[in-house]
Structures are given as C-alpha cells and as structure tokens.
Write a protein that binds this ligand. Structure first.
Ligand code: HEC
Ligand code: HEC
Length: 402
C-alpha cells in the first residue's frame, strides 16, 4: 500500500517537473520570421471580407443613419465616413511596417516607438522624443479610430493618413528618412520584396517596391485600429446595465448644456473633428503653440487644435497637445478654472464660445472621470509581430526620458 502511494506521488511530481520543463522550453522558442512569411488572409476583427478580397467595416453604429456632425450626437448616432476596403494582406503588411524600425534612417525608431499598443497607441510622454533624443513640441495622439478622421495632426496640417505618414517618415527630427533611402533599403530586403509581391499581386514579382504601396499598407493597418466596443458603447446600444450609476451621472454631466463636452467631443467618435481654441497651457517655459493658425493661415485660429477623440483616454496620459496635464482629473478640471485662465497675458485668443465657466463641483468632476474611463476598449488590439522581415528587433521604447 505504502509503496504504491509513494510511486503515485513520485509520478505526479515527475509529471509536474516535465510539464514545467516543457513549458519553459516552449516559451523560450521564439517565432522566427520564416514562420510568419505568409500574410494573413483574414480580415481583422470589426471587418468582413467581401468577394473582392476587401475588408469592409462592420459595427453596430451602422444601424443608425444620422451622421455625427449635425449637432450634439445622441447615443445612437452614426459614425462619419471612415476608410475601409483594404485587403487582409495589405493590412498585415502594414502591421509589419508599423513595428519595423527599418523605416527610420538609422533603424532606431518605428511608428510603434511613439504609438505603442500598450500605451493606447501613444507613448506615455508629455511630448514625444524624436531622432537623437530630441524632445518634440507636441504629444503623440492615440491612433484608435484614426481611420475615421479627415484632418490629421493637432493642427490639422495633413488631410490623409498618407500625407501624415510622409511628413513623419521624412521629417529630420523624427524618422529622418528620405524617399530614395527608404525605397533602396526595402528593395534590398528579400523578405519585404516577397511580402509586397504577395500584398500587391497585380504587379509583376520583379518590380520594385514603390512609395504609394508603403503608404497604402501603413494606412490599411491603421484603419484596423477600431475601438467601438467599450462599456459606453454597450450602454449606447441599449444594454443599460453596462454603466453603473456614477458612470451614468458622469455621462449626463458630459452631455449637459452646462459642461458642453459633447458639443465638441461628440459621440460616437468623441470628436466633431473641428478645431477649437480652448486656451490650454503650454509646457513651462515654452511659447504659445500657434496650432491651426499656421496651416489654415488664419489669425482667428491662433492656438486652435483639433478636438481630440476621447476613446481610450484613460490609457494615454499625459493630456493635451502639450502633455501638460498628468491625470484625467487635471485635464477635466481645466474646463472649470475660468475661460482663458491659462492664456499668456500678451496673447489675444478667440476662445471658443462653448468654453465658459461651468463651475462643476468636485463631485461632478469625479463623475466625469468615471464616465471617461468607460470609453476604454482595446479588444481589437493587433498582434505585435515577434519577428520582423528586416531582421531588426521590435524595439518599443520602454524607458521614459523626461
Ligand atoms: C518620434 C515619435 C513618432 C514617431 C516615430 C511616429 N509618430 Fe505619429 N505622431 C507623433 C506626434 C508627436 C504626433 C502629433 C504631431 C503634431 O500634431 O504636430 C503624431 C501624429 C500622428 C498621427 C495623427 C493622429 C491624429 O489624430 O491627428 C498619425 C496618424 C500618426 N502619427 C501615425 C504615425 C505613423 C504611421 C508612424 C510611422 C510611419 C508614426 N506616426 C511615427 C509622434 C510620432
Ligand atoms: C470647444 C470645444 C471643446 C469643449 C466644449 C470641450 N473640449 Fe475637451 N478638448 C478640446 C480641444 C480642442 C482639446 C485639445 C486642446 C489642446 O491640446 O490644447 C481638448 C482636449 C481634451 C482632453 C485631453 C485629450 C487628449 O488626448 O489629451 C480631455 C480629457 C477633454 N478635452 C475632456 C473634455 C471634457 C470633460 C469637456 C467638458 C467639461 C470638454 N473636453 C469640453 C475641445 C473641447
């Protein structure tokens, strides 16, 4: 009897040890690029493949037909027109490009360096760090739902994702590449030649990779960053238990004619895509950022910025174009401190008429924050590649350089 149970215990222990060893070695085995050499032929979640091999957006907001640019979006308001119709292969190729530092002049920085999936596709910094550790002037915006935006950058100086990325790729202070060098580099990487041929089969295999293909793939990937399934969305579609009482109180303050948040941060995108002067402070010691005044060449837009989405806002601190506010509570409190309170004395700004003195109580501010946190939804976060076609490592900046 005794020896039987000893054998039993010993064999259980043995099994456990071998299980652990197996787990250890299995998790050690990292994917090599060749395991991934074929592009995904399925659409990302939130899209459906049509008969032309194109991914078409599918979401519950399509059942509502009123566009969200007409006044204060009700809970059941449709989305503005977004971009879709890319092939699964293009989207997947874009994913590799997005995470590959080979896109920067010295292989030091990828798009994901400043738009990290685990930081709400922002970088956690007040303002981003560019080439050679240079501190840039503005914060990295989230990329969630960016496929629905018609103007890009805080000041709206780009009209499309393609225009936007060309600026970043070839800006001396960011990725610092040149079109010639980027094409030369990618065309000399066999893995990329194969992937581009797979994503763009209509052209001959021998042909060189071209810039519009790079732009299109990166744009395709970015349109897959869809976040429309938060607790708030479930509530909006009629599942009332999705929000608790405090969160609903916050939503009511958000939509109220006192706070007026929803007039600019209009659901369901939580931006009306307009530009507004709200007079947020600059980082200490920095002069006023003229914002949209420059690209629009319009003095009345001095200090105006694109109304940012508030989707996944809880994940993208610090806040505003300047990264001046460390917490959501601080960002929200800004609106109660008096119209134009942070505008430098020698500046005359045309503060937007919806920015007033709502005199929200501490209780209301706390409820607003509760509500904003219900806009979290990362369920469609794409997979970070474990190996890259260029052979470089996925280098996502982990350390914060203040
Ligand atoms: C060095 C950090 C950095 C890198 C690298 C970087 N970005 Fe950005 N990105 C930013 C910053 C900062 C802004 C805002 C700049 C501004 O508004 O003037 C921005 C803005 C954007 C926007 C506009 C979003 C909006 O809501 O207007 C998009 C889209 C974008 N980046 C995509 C990309 C892509 C794609 C890449 C790679 C090709 C990339 N970024 C690389 C820092 C970076
Ligand atoms: C007149 C339009 C307008 C109104 C009304 C408005 N906002 Fe904003 N909001 C903006 C603009 C523009 C910015 C970006 C300003 C900047 O970066 O300097 C912004 C930024 C924010 C941010 C930071 C976003 C980020 O990505 O850093 C939060 C949070 C926010 N608003 C919440 C609110 C709340 C809560 C209310 C209501 C109390 C509100 N807003 C009312 C236009 C508005």
């Amino acid at each position: 009897m005794k020896s039987k149970s000893t054998i039993l215990i010993l064999s259980i222990v043995g099994l456990l040890i071998s299980g652990l060893l197996l787990f250890f070695f299995a998790s050690k085995k990292s994917e090599t690029y060749t395991d991934l050499a074929v592009l995904n032929c399925h659409c990302p979640p939130g899209f459906k493949l049509n008969e032309d091999n194109k991914c078409i957006a599918k979401n519950l907001y399509q059942q509502y037909d009123s566009p969200n640019n007409l006044g204060v979006g009700g809970l059941q308001t449709g989305l503005p027109e977004g971009r879709d119709g890319f092939t699964p292969q293009e989207i997947d190729l874009g994913r590799y490009l997005f995470f590959d530092p080979i896109l920067s002049i010295d292989g030091s920085m990828s798009c994901a360096t400043c738009h990290e999936p685990n930081k709400g596709f922002s970088d956690g910094l007040p303002t981003s760090i560019g080439k050679d550790n240079l501190k840039l002037d503005r914060a990295a915006p989230t990329l969630w739902n960016v496929g629905y935006l018609n103007r890009l950058f805080w000041d709206g100086r780009a009209n499309s994702l393609e225009e936007q990325m060309a600026i970043t790729l070839f800006s001396e202070v960011e990725m610092a590449n040149t079109p010639e060098n980027l094409l030369h580099t990618l065309n000399n990487i066999d893995n990329y030649r194969k992937l581009f041929a797979e994503a763009y089969p209509e052209r001959g295999k021998k042909e060189d990779i071209e810039l519009p293909e790079i732009y299109k793939a990166l744009a395709a990937f970015q349109t897959s960053l869809v976040s429309l399934n938060s607790k708030y969305d479930q509530y909006a579609h009629g599942y009332h238990e999705a929000l608790n009482e405090k969160e609903i109180e916050g939503l009511n303050v958000f939509r109220s004619f006192v706070a007026r948040c929803a007039e600019c941060h209009t659901p369901p995108l939580f931006t009306n895509q307009q530009f507004a002067v709200i007079g947020t402070p600059e980082p200490d010691g920095l002069p006023l950022d003229p914002g949209a005044e420059i690209p629009f060449d319009d003095k009345s837009m001095r200090g105006a910025f694109k109304v940012p989405t508030l989707r996944n806002i809880d994940l993208t601190a610090p806040y505003m174009h300047s990264g001046k506010f460390e917490t959501l509570r601080e960002a929200v409190e800004f609106y109660t401190k008096g119209r134009g309170h942070a505008v430098p004395k020698d500046e005359k700004l045309y503060i937007h008429w919806h920015i007033w003195e709502p005199e929200l109580s501490d209780y209301e501010l706390d409820r607003l924050v509760d509500f904003l946190k219900t806009l979290n939804d990362e369920s469609f976060t794409p997979k970070i590649p474990e190996a890259l076609p260029s052979g470089l490592n996925v280098t996502i900046q982990q350390t914060l350089i203040p």
